[in-house]
Design a binder for this molecule. Structure first.
Ligand SMILES: [Zn+2]
Length: 61
């Protein structure tokens, strides 16, 4: 039996039963898409959000 790992919820699922590869369900696909769009929009609009991720190690000068 084949198993695939959903990038959104990290659960193993049967790829043959999924209609939204590589996600386990439509919902997970939408969540991932929404997240992606969110990040894209956040870069120019909200630099503080992006800065949080870079705080580990790098210091701004
Ligand atoms: Zn999922």
């Amino acid at each position: 039996m084949k198993k695939a790992l959903c990038p959104t919820c990290n659960r193993a699922f049967d790829p043959e039963k999924s209609q939204s590869m590589p996600f386990c369900s439509l919902r997970c696909r939408e969540v991932d898409l929404g997240r992606w769009l969110d990040e894209t929009n956040a870069i120019p609009a909200d630099p503080e959000t992006a800065a949080e991720e870079e705080q580990s190690g790098q210091e701004e000068r």
